[in-house]
Design a protein around this ligand. Structure first.
Ligand code: PEP
Ligand code: MN
Length: 338
């Protein structure tokens, strides 16, 4: 249930609603809009919520039941787009942000070279994994904290904020010391212990869609993070598993407008993992922006043929620069910038 306050509701009237929610045994989450405040009522309690009584309280405009199982992620709770700050831009705002860099941080030279190249082409942030979720235990697993230190050096040189994956709840505080954005990967989208840990951290989070998860599963995973009061959350469509074998995954273009309607959270697209082949990354990136994505995350490697992970889907810096040009034109065509 949500309680929509009147435009001219006083802070005392709001405080009385919150006290009532707490005395009924629920938690309140406040969303302050430009015009009015909305109070989300979440949690479990043996006391049934009496809509009519809340509706009769002074300062309350209306009470709305939210039928979706996710509440804080829902657009009903927060009608306006949520804006998540990133390097002077706001993800979810007019500018289409582009996060780019290698799949893995392989070494100091590689990450610095990649950072300089993507910055030059106009990227908003640098990506690179120091902890890699690999299908095989024999594949390169990432350089761990050393990799984070190289990322921090690359940030110092370029000014680009860092987006990097965290896989272990116990390592969240350590990764927070280096990362500007904590990435929760597809394989961990329903790792609820990890979702709680990144929620508690109050750090900006990029949540990728699980490869066999529905849009509703994803919004429920988002709810775990939001329930900790951490609203700095970006969602990412990265392709799902289907029967199609011509590409690594199937990019769910539909998910973009659907998510934009269901939730206020910004939605970005990862064409690299969705398609798995560098030659398909650019067209899918263009499609995602045309469909309303708030940003892109793209794998770029100085030398894809030598990459320790995901080389086949990585763009060279030159191709990335040309993709950026195309993305800018598409963004303009849909009334945005890039
Ligand atoms: C990645 O971003 O390198 C990655 C492993 O992505 P995903 O979790 O979407 O597979
Ligand atoms: Mn990758």
């Amino acid at each position: 249930m949500i309680v929509v306050m009147k435009v001219d509701a006083s802070s005392e009237q709001m405080a009385r609603v919150i006290t009532r929610i707490e005395s009924d045994g629920y938690k309140s989450h406040i969303s302050e809009g430009d015009e009015r405040t909305i109070i989300g009522v979440v949690g479990e309690s043996p006391t049934p919520l009496k809509e009519e009584n809340y509706g009769a309280m002074e300062g309350v405009d209306k009470v709305v039941r939210i039928s979706a199982p996710y509440k804080l992620a829902s657009r009903t709770f927060h009608p306006a787009d949520s804006l998540v700050p990133l390097n002077g831009s706001k993800v979810g705002g007019n500018k289409v942000v582009v996060i780019a860099g290698p799949c893995s941080v392989e070494g100091r030279t590689e990450i610095i070279e990649a950072a300089c190249a993507v910055k030059e082409a106009g990227a908003t942030a640098l990506r690179g994994g120091a902890f890699k979720p690999r299908t095989s235990p024999y594949s390169f697993q990432g350089h761990g904290e050393k990799g984070l230190q190289w990322l921090a050096e690359a940030r110092e040189m370029t000014g680009l904020p860092i987006v990097t994956e965290v896989m272990d709840p116990a390592l969240v505080p350590m990764v927070c010391q280096y990362a500007d954005v904590l990435q929760v990967g597809a394989r961990n989208m329903q790792n609820f212990t990890l979702l709680n840990a990144v929620g508690e951290s109050q750090h900006t989070v990029l949540l990728k869609r699980g490869m066999s998860c529905t849009i509703e599963d994803m919004l429920m995973a988002a709810e775990y993070i939001l329930a900790h009061g951490n609203m700095k959350l970006i969602l990412c469509e990265r392709g799902i598993r289907t029967f199609e074998k011509a590409t690594r995954n199937t990019f769910d273009l539909n998910a973009i407008p659907v998510l934009k309607r269901l939730t206020h959270l910004p939605v970005i697209a990862d064409p690299s993992h969705a398609v798995g082949y560098s030659e398909y990354v650019e067209p899918v990136a263009r499609a995602a922006v045309a469909a309303g994505a708030d940003g892109l995350i793209i794998e770029v490697h100085p030398n894809p043929a030598e990459a320790l992970s995901d080389g086949r889907q990585s763009l060279t810096p030159q191709r990335f620069a040309s993709m950026m040009e195309q993305v800018r034109r598409i963004a303009e065509a849909v009334g945005r910038t890039a």
